[in-house]
Design a protein around this ligand. Structure first.
Ligand code: PHE
Length: 368
C-alpha cells in the first residue's frame, strides 16, 4: 500500500507539471483528488488494514492528500497571476469569472447620494461649495448664534482639536454640522444677494454608535438669500428636490422647531415614498418621514455674513445624506456604510447619481 501511495504521488506530480491550462488542471483535480479520484479510492482501502498499518498508512495518505491539494492551489494561482484576461475557474463554488472583473470599481452609496443631491440643487441654480471638516469654533458655533455656554458645545457632544496642534488662538473642532458653510461660503466667495449655495460634506458628533447613529456621517447644507425670499420659496424648492431625488411626487410639511441660527425654525417632513401616506413601518404609520432641519436665517447670522438683515432675508436647511441613502435603498443599519463589506457595496454598482450639473467651489480650508 505504501508503494501504491508513492507511485500515485510520482504520477500525479509528473502530470501536474505538464498541465498548462485551467481545463487540464480541472481534469487533473478530478482524476487525483476529486471525490471519485485515485487518492480517495486508495483511502477507501485503508479501513481493511490491520490497526498498526492503518495508523501509518492513514497518516501518509493524509499528508499526500494535503500535498496534492496544495500543489493544485499553487498551480491555480499561477494561472490567475499570469493570465489576467483568460476565463478561468478561480473563485469559490467554481464561479466562472473574467480575471479583470475584480478590478472594476464603482462609487460608494454615500458618494452617489452626495452627487445626486449636488446635481439636483445645481440644476436649480445652487452653487456647490466644499469646506473643511476641521473647523474653527467661531464658524461652527459663534457665528451661528450659538453662545459659548450652549450644551451642544460641550466635550460630551463635540470632538475638540487640541489647540496646541494648530496655530492661532481660536478653538478648533471637528465640525458637528455643515451649517458653518453658511457663513464660510458667503465670506470666501464674497457672495452678494441674491444667491443660492449647497454644501454637502462629512460631519462628526460624539455619539454612541447604533443602527441609526454614527459618530461620522454626512449632511448637506442649503442657503438661499435675496430681497424677498420666503418660507413658501423654501417649501417649493425642497418639495422639488425630494420629488426629483425619489422620482415620486413628494409633498413636504413644516413643524415648528428651534435652532439658534434660524427664526422661525422648523423640522421638515416629507410624505412617505413607500406607502403613499397610507401608513407603513418606515413612516411609523404617520404618512410622514422626518428628513431635515430648516428655517429663515436669523438676523444675527445675516449680520455675521455682512448682509443687511433689514434689506435681505432667506432660508437655510440641513439634511442627512446617510438617512436619504438608507430611505432610498431600504438600508436598515447605518454602520453598513463604514463596514467595508464588499457584498454590501457591490449592490450599488448599477446606481447612478443623475445628470451632472453645476459649478463646484472650494470655500475655505482648515486652520493649519
Ligand atoms: N445644522 C442643523 C443640524 O445639524 C440643521 C439645520 C440646518 C437647521 C440649517 C436649520 C437650518 O441639526
Amino acid at each position: 500500500m505504501e508503494q501504491q501511495l508513492e507511485d500515485l504521488q510520482k504520477q500525479a506530480n509528473k502530470e501536474l507539471a505538464e498541465v498548462s491550462d485551467a481545463s487540464a488542471l480541472e481534469a487533473w483535480r478530478v482524476l487525483y483528488i476529486g471525490r471519485k479520484g485515485k487518492l480517495p479510492e486508495l483511502l477507501r482501502g485503508v479501513k481493511d488494514l490491520g490497526d498498526e498499518e492503518k495508523r501509518v498508512i492513514g497518516k501518509a495518505a493524509n499528508i499526500l492528500k494535503r500535498t496534492l491539494e496544495e500543489a493544485y492551489s499553487v498551480k491555480q494561482e499561477s494561472f490567475i497571476a499570469s493570465a489576467p484576461n483568460k476565463l478561468m475557474k478561480a473563485l469559490p463554488a467554481g464561479r466562472q469569472v473574467q480575471a479583470n472583473e475584480a478590478s472594476v470599481g464603482h462609487l460608494h452609496p454615500i458618494t452617489l447620494t452626495i452627487e445626486r443631491v449636488q446635481n439636483i440643487f445645481a440644476a436649480m441654480g445652487f452653487i456647490i461649495a466644499d469646506g473643511p471638516e476641521v473647523e474653527e469654533a467661531r464658524y461652527n458655533f459663534d457665528a451661528l448664534n450659538i453662545p459659548s455656554d450652549h450644551p451642544a458645545r460641550g466635550e460630551g457632544d463635540t470632538f475638540m482639536i487640541d489647540p496646541k496642534s494648530v496655530s492661532g488662538e481660536q478653538d478648533v473642532v471637528l465640525r458637528t454640522q455643515t451649517s458653518p458653510m453658511q457663513i464660510r461660503s458667503v465670506e470666501t466667495m464674497r457672495l452678494t444677494p441674491p444667491f443660492y449655495v449647497i454644501a454637502p460634506g462629512r460631519v462628526y458628533l460624539r455619539e454612541k454608535v447604533d443602527a441609526t447613529h454614527e459618530s461620522t456621517f454626512y449632511q448637506f447644507e442649503g442657503l438661499g438669500i435675496g430681497e424677498d425670499i420666503t418660507i413658501a420659496d423654501f417649501k417649493g424648492v425642497i418639495a422639488a428636490f425630494f420629488s426629483t431625488f425619489f422620482q415620486k411626487d413628494v409633498t413636504v410639511r413644516l413643524r415648528p422647531s428651534y435652532f439658534p441660527f434660524v427664526e422661525p425654525g422648523f423640522e421638515v417632513d416629507m410624505s412617505c415614498v413607500f406607502c403613499a401616506q397610507k401608513g407603513c413601518r418606515v413612516c411609523k404609520y404617520t404618512g410622514w418621514i422626518e428628513v431635515m432641519g430648516a428655517g429663515m436665517v436669523h438676523p444675527n447670522v445675516l449680520k455675521n455674513m455682512n448682509i443687511d438683515p433689514t434689506k435681505y432675508q432667506g432660508f437655510a436647511f440641513g439634511g442627512a445624506i446617510d438617512r436619504l441613502t438608507m430611505i432610498r435603498h431600504g438600508i436598515n443599519d447605518i454602520r453598513m456604510f463604514w463596514s467595508g463589506d464588499i457584498r454590501f457595496l457591490r449592490q450599488f454598482s448599477n446606481c447612478h447619481s443623475g445628470p451632472r450639473a453645476g459649478i463646484h467651489v472650494d470655500a475655505g480650508s482648515s486652520p493649519a
